[in-house]
Design a protein around this ligand. Structure first.
Ligand code: HEM
Length: 167
């Protein structure tokens, strides 16, 4: 069986080695703290102002401020900076933390559209860093989609009590 990371590569079109080019340089040191705050602020401004209500509604149980802080603390930690996210909230456990939300392929596409625009809009991100971040985000978004599909499949098996074979 394919690992979730391999499934994410297949779905996203981003090979694993490209997705993890994000770790080949320390982007936190290269770009600095404020860039990540600005990126998440620009991203969530777009999300909470989205004219597509089906997408905006996915975020309805959080405030823009909390969601922004959660995201930039995670990015800072994941991309070579201090472990701000884990100090405040524990392990990121991204699949588990996205459990309550409808992380479908359509939602991943919309998330990525907003993130690509936020990357373009945020000052201080050079082209090489932008490309590394784009690939990482794209791969991670589809990793979450693959994780959600796995959880849903397991739930179905659980309700059925046993495998009935076939589908
Ligand atoms: C695929 C589409 C995605 C959807 C629909 C989605 C949706 C959400 C929602 C609704 C939240 C709750 C907002 C909050 O209170 O923080 C959230 C949180 C979060 N998301 Fe996503 N997300 C997606 C992709 C991603 C990706 C690609 C990443 C990382 C690269 C990511 C990282 C996070 C983090 C770190 C949090 C904070 C979790 C917490 O502390 O509870 N998400 N996401």
């Amino acid at each position: 069986m394919q690992s979730l990371q391999e499934q994410a590569s297949q779905k996203s079109g981003v090979p694993l080695d490209e997705a993890f080019q994000v770790d080949a340089v320390n982007l936190y040191e290269r770009l600095g703290h404020q860039v990540f705050i600005d990126l998440s602020t620009n991203f969530y401004t777009r999300v909470y102002d989205d004219k597509e209500t089906w997408f905006r509604d996915i975020f309805a149980n959080s405030t823009r401020e909390h969601a922004t802080q959660n995201q930039y603390e995670f990015f800072i930690q994941r991309l070579g900076g201090p472990p701000l996210y884990s100090q405040r909230k524990g392990h990121p456990a991204l699949i588990g933390r996205h459990g309550p939300y409808a992380v479908t392929e359509r939602a991943a596409q919309r998330w990525l559209e907003h993130m690509d625009e936020a990357l373009d809009e945020t000052a201080g991100i050079d082209e090489d860093s932008r490309q590394r971040l784009r690939n990482f985000f794209r791969h991670t978004a589809y990793f979450l989609v693959a994780g959600k599909e796995l959880v849903n499949r397991n739930r179905l098996v659980g309700y059925g009590g046993k495998h009935t074979g076939g589908a």
